[in-house]
Write a protein that binds this ligand. Structure first.
Ligand code: SF4
Ligand code: SF4
Length: 422
């Protein structure tokens, strides 16, 4: 049984009040063939081909995969191996811009029933934009009775405001996407889950849904990790997604708010997932901003757009400060799941000391795990103990690492422990 434990973080959402700005097409993009969970795509273009924005450049026969599209128009100048943040490699297509931003012949998909909707969702290249990258057409192909669609609008990590700006700037896209999903999946009710640190969008969506009884707005305490999928399902429905289960096992699906908004845009325009809203923040960033950028843009170009001197950056993180991954270089491309980059001036390697058995990590864990014990079992490679400690439930939220006075890398170790018992 969950005891919903959580931690309080500073929100630091300095970009919340500023409208997202459009990045001009970069001279070059590098588009990885794997930006989603599942089988990487194979390029369907070759070096020297001219491509248009929105044209398919990669696809796969595998069900658990989504196609990849060119984000700018220009010439394919290279197809090379690319190392992903998880250490795996895939092909990546480099496109040099022709400076014209010519768009492929995109028209709204013809949708008449569930099958044509799911086909369109796949063709859009949609995967979860909250960071998970799960193919959306798989999630919406419901195999079990499902009564609730939860829209994850919690955005509980500090700094990140890309989902918030989506709700402020284009709330109609959010509602349009929800209606599409409800219509073609048959889900009867939706909960839009928003943390109380966003009172303006709570008010807006309460007004917008006042006459729609099947769509409800739920105010959630602004605590971390409120937006984690299992935590959110419990907060919204009281149902527990157990170890080895997914939300569908509890008659629920969870979609990120920007993902559902993208689906609506795609169904209206036929333009696939080739750009996204990204928060660029941190102490080294001169003008923190949300930027609408083509997929494949190098992070250094986002930083330059904010007036940041790249030489000032000592630490660069893809994602939020709690769950993000450090980048080795700003020559890293934006991918479909990039919601934020944080560039800091200072970085001091924390000094790790011995566990003092204070229990703070245990008190911080929403999953009721014992991070200190999982760490010990992992060091001893004791897989049966790791299973007994239910290490598989760890969602890498980082709350245990954050509170640990000994600076132990508990969340990182827990991820390795999960791999060991997988
Ligand atoms: S918070 Fe750190 S020091 Fe305290 S019990 Fe957990 S691992 Fe040990
Ligand atoms: S990272 Fe894992 S163990 Fe640590 S608090 Fe989060 S869920 Fe618990």
């Amino acid at each position: 049984m969950f005891r919903l434990k959580s931690i309080i973080l500073d929100h630091l959402k300095h970009t919340a009040g500023t409208e997202a700005r459009m990045l001009p097409d970069p001279d070059k993009v590098l588009i990885p063939m794997s930006m989603h969970i599942g089988t990487p795509c194979e390029p369907v273009v070759k070096k020297g081909d001219h491509v248009l924005a929105g044209q398919k450049i990669g696809d796969s026969e595998a069900k658990m995969s989504v196609p990849v599209h060119a984000s700018i128009s220009g010439t394919v100048t290279d197809i090379k191996d690319y190392r992903l943040l998880n250490g795996k490699t895939c092909k990546a297509v480099e496109i040099s811009s022709d400076g014209k931003h010519k768009t492929a012949d995109c028209s709204p998909p013809e949708i008449t029933d569930k099958a044509s909707f799911l086909k369109a969702v796949r063709e859009s290249g949609a995967c979860g934009l909250g960071g998970a990258g799960f193919p959306v057409h798989i999630k919406l192909d419901l195999k079990k009775e499902t009564d609730t669609l939860i829209i994850n609008a919690a955005e509980c990590e500090p700094y990140i405001t890309s989902d918030y700006r989506q709700m402020v700037e284009k709330p109609d896209e959010v509602l349009g996407g929800i209606r599409l999903v409800m219509k073609y999946t048959g889900i009867a009710g939706t909960v839009i889950a928003i943390e109380t640190n966003k009172p303006d969008v709570i008010e807006d969506f309460e007004k917008l849904t006042a006459d729609i009884p099947e769509i409800n707005v739920l105010k959630l305490p602004s605590v971390y990790p409120q937006g984690a999928e299992k935590v959110l399902v419990y907060s919204c429905t009281g149902r527990i997604v157990g170890e080895g289960e997914i939300p569908a096992d509890q008659k629920v699906i969870v979609m990120n708010v920007s993902t559902v908004a993208f689906l609506y845009r795609y169904c209206c325009t036929g333009i696939p997932l080739i750009s996204r809203r990204i928060t660029v923040e941190g102490t080294a960033v001169k003008n923190p901003l949300n930027i609408f950028a083509p997929v494949g843009t190098m992070v250094k170009e986002l930083l330059e757009f904010t007036g940041t001197d790249i030489n000032d950056v000592r630490k660069l993180v893809a994602g939020g400060p709690m769950m993000g991954s450090c980048l080795m270089t700003a020559d890293t491309p934006v991918v479909k799941t990039s919601n934020s980059f944080i560039a800091d001036r200072e970085y001091t390697e924390p000094v790790t000391t011995s566990c003092i058995r204070c229990g703070r990590c245990v008190r911080a864990c929403s999953m009721n795990l014992m991070p200190l014990m999982i760490e010990k079992a992992f060091i001893n490679r004791n897989t049966s103990e790791l299973k007994r400690l239910r290490a598989g439930l760890c969602m890498n939220c980082g709350a245990c690492t954050y509170v640990c006075p000994a600076n132990r890398r508990l969340a990182e170790t827990n991820q390795l422990a999960k791999e060991l018992i997988r």
